[in-house]
Design a protein around this ligand. Structure first.
Ligand code: ATP
Ligand code: MG
Length: 157
C-alpha cells in the first residue's frame, strides 16, 4: 500500500510527545510531505517507533532529537539523529543483532530486550530498503532508513 511517510512520522512523534516532554528532550522535525513509499504501514510505523524509542532512551535531558525526511533521486531518506550517549565503535557492527545491547545499556534499569534494531533491519530488508547506523560515542547516533520513492499519483490509484 502507498504510505504518506511524513504523516506517518507525525503520528509517531505525537505518540512520543509526552515522554519527550517529561524527559525534557526536544524532538525537531523537517519533513518533506511529498515523500511517498510503498509497504506495510504498520511495519513502517514500528520502524519509526523503534528508532525514536532508542533516540529518546539513550539521550539525556536537555538534548535534542532531529528527524529529517527528504527525497533524493529515486529514494526517500529518513534520518533520526540524537545527541545521546552514542555507540562505541566496537559495538556498532553488532547492535543490529537480536538481543545485543551495549554494556552501558545493559546496566540501565529501564533497559529493553535488545530486539528493536533487529526488527528495524528485518522490516527494512523486506521493503527492499537500507538501514544504516552512524554513531560516535558520547556524541550521538544517526539512524538512516532508505526506501524507494514513489510518485504521489499512487495515492489516488
Ligand atoms: P528494545 O528491544 O527495547 O529496543 P534495546 O533498545 O536495548 O531494547 P535495540 O533497539 O535493538 O535494543 O538497540 C540495541 C542496542 O544498541 C541498545 O541496547 C543500545 O546499547 C544501542 N543503541 C541503539 N540505539 C541507540 C542510540 N540511539 N544511542 C545509543 N545507543 C543506542
Ligand atoms: Mg530499542
Amino acid at each position: 500500500e502507498p504510505i504518506a511517510f511524513a504523516e506517518l512520522i507525525d503520528d509517531v512523534v505525537d505518540q512520543f510527545s509526552l515522554s519527550a516532554k517529561q524527559k525534557q528532550v526536544q524532538i525537531l522535525r523537517d519533513l518533506d510531505d511529498e515523500c511517498i513509499i510503498m509497504g506495510d504501514a504498520d511495519r513502517i510505523e514500528q520502524v519509526v517507533r523503534n528508532l525514536l524509542d532508542n533516540a529518546l532512551r539513550y539521550t539525556p535531558a536537555d538534548k535534542k532529537i532531529f528527524i529529517t525526511l527528504y527525497r533524493k533521486g529515486k529514494h526517500v531518506h529518513l534520518e533520526v539523529k540524537d545527541e545521546g550517549i552514542g555507540i562505541p565503535e566496537q559495538d556498532l557492527p553488532a547492535v543490529k543483532q537480536r538481543f545485543y545491547r551495549v554494556k552501558k545499556a545493559r546496566e540501565r534499569k529501564d533497559g529493553g530486550t535488545g530486539l528493536g534494531l533487529s526488527i528495524v533491519s528485518q522490516i527494512i530488508q523486506k521493503h527492499e530498503g537500507h538501514f544504516d547506523l552512524i554513531s560516535v560515542e558520547h556524541e550521538g547516533t544517526t539512524a538512516v532508513v532508505t526506501l524507494n520513492s514513489y510518485s504521489e499519483d499512487v495515492l489516488n490509484s
